[in-house]
Design a protein around this ligand. Structure first.
Ligand code: FAD
Length: 359
């Protein structure tokens, strides 16, 4: 199920079958003169799966990828076809978009579009953490999408990826100094030591939105789910304190870490989104394959971030006890009542949902 069902040019919307990935959809959209508002770090993931877990990119004014959903078609446990649309079913819609697979099988997804745009990305190296503390909001807003990569050592952010829209007649230049960081002189990988071959083009070279918003190129197979990843969302107003809290744990974190990425995401109204009603900072960790050690570090991070009402990414590893997790989602009980209407006998309940939402 990987076909385009309908492109509604006038309404700026596209309906696709749910097996389609962003990598399949984006070149087609671009050819048709349209774009999505944002993308995750890689385009290989399915649109339905990404939206089910509130997958996100970056940009203080960009909601997560689920915020582009304007309608869904779901086959429920009873085999009924349930159409849900933003304009028609307000509350149901806000409950259904980030659904964690709990409601039924999504068969179609409709997404909001915008006119296609051109972007460039510039990378800066060695941004002092002191500058992040002083100027967090300015740094996070320096582009349409900004990512900070750090290994938490030496009081610095290793790389800053600034993705900017290129508007006609307004040429952009790379400044020689970015809050004390220096421009990279060649394409780099988020982990400096790795080859940049599978990374999207940098060095300010303009290109289509879908070849600049993700960090990784479509043509390369990603590491097929072998990563250990965690990500924690805190309110953006607590960003600096939360970063400092993790930095204090650096000697526990770094030995098991490939890299951390810091991104901002706008607030939304989707019940089970980690950004529900709060503009957020997301602190991501790509871990080495050392689960035994990582599983001991996660509770430490979660304890440090608890004062900020931390919410974990649904699609990544966390150890927050289920009672605590459910408290952090004010709509959790309502979501479970909503799910029960369509899946009375828990046909779609799996190990993860049983442990985290019903445990
Ligand atoms: C290398 C890598 C990079 C990543 N980068 C990012 C990133 O930049 N930002 C970010 O936020 N996340 C990121 N993630 C996490 C990723 O976006 C989520 O795990 C996402 O859910 C993956 O989508 P998927 O297509 O693999 O979906 P799946 O893992 O297949 O699905 C996710 C869940 O959605 C449900 N689902 C999927 N399809 C359907 C359907 N048709 N009907 C009903 N339910 C369905 C299922 O319950 C499933 O458990 C990354 C993951 C990897 C491995």
């Amino acid at each position: 199920m990987k076909q385009v069902v309908e492109l509604d040019r006038a309404a700026r919307r596209i309906t696709i079958e749910s097996g389609m990935s962003y990598g399949q959809l984006c070149p087609y959209l671009d050819q048709q003169g349209f774009a999505l508002h944002n993308l995750a770090s890689l385009p290989h993931i399915s649109i339905a799966g990404a939206c089910a877990t509130a997958t996100h990119g970056s940009g203080p004014k960009n909601g997560n990828l689920s915020t582009a959903v304007s309608a869904l078609e779901i086959v429920t446990a009873r085999g009924d076809v349930l159409p849900i649309a933003r304009t028609r079913d307000r509350d149901t819609f806000q409950a259904a978009v980030v659904h964690l697979g709990a409601i039924g099988v999504v068969t179609k997804v409709t997404l909001d579009l915008q006119p296609a745009f051109t972007m460039r990305q510039d990378v800066y190296l060695d941004l002092p953490m002191a500058q992040v503390r002083e100027h967090f909001e300015d740094i996070a807003s320096a582009g349409y999408s900004v990512s900070l990569f750090t290994d938490w050592q030496k009081g610095r952010v290793n790389e800053v990826w600034v993705k900017r829209r290129v508007e006609k007649d307004a040429p952009l230049t790379t400044s020689k100094d970015f809050y004390g960081a220096r421009p990279a002189t060649a394409n780099v990988h988020p982990i400096m030591e790795l080859s940049a071959e599978n990374c999207t083009e940098q060095m300010g070279v303009p290109g289509p939105w879908y070849e600049r918003l993700p960090h990784f190129r479509m043509g390369f197979t990603p590491s097929s789910g072998k990563e250990l990843q965690s990500e924690y969302f805190v309110p953006r107003r607590n960003a600096v304190e939360a970063i400092a809290a993790v930095e204090r744990l650096r000697d526990h974190v770094t030995p098991h870490l490939m890299i951390t990425e810091l991104r901002t995401i706008d607030a939304d109204e989707l019940w089970m989104s980690p950004c529900y009603k709060r503009p957020s900072l997301a602190i991501h960790f790509t871990w080495k394959q050392e689960w035994e050690s990582v599983s001991k570090v996660l509770p430490m991070i979660e304890r440090e971030l608890a004062p900020f009402d931390v919410r974990p990414h649904w699609g990544k590893l966390f150890t927050i006890p289920s009672a605590e997790l459910q408290q952090r989602y004010e709509k959790c009980a309502e979501f479970k009542r909503f799910v029960a209407q369509y899946d009375t006998h828990g046909k779609f309940r799996n190990e993860f949902l049983s442990a985290k939402l019903y445990g």
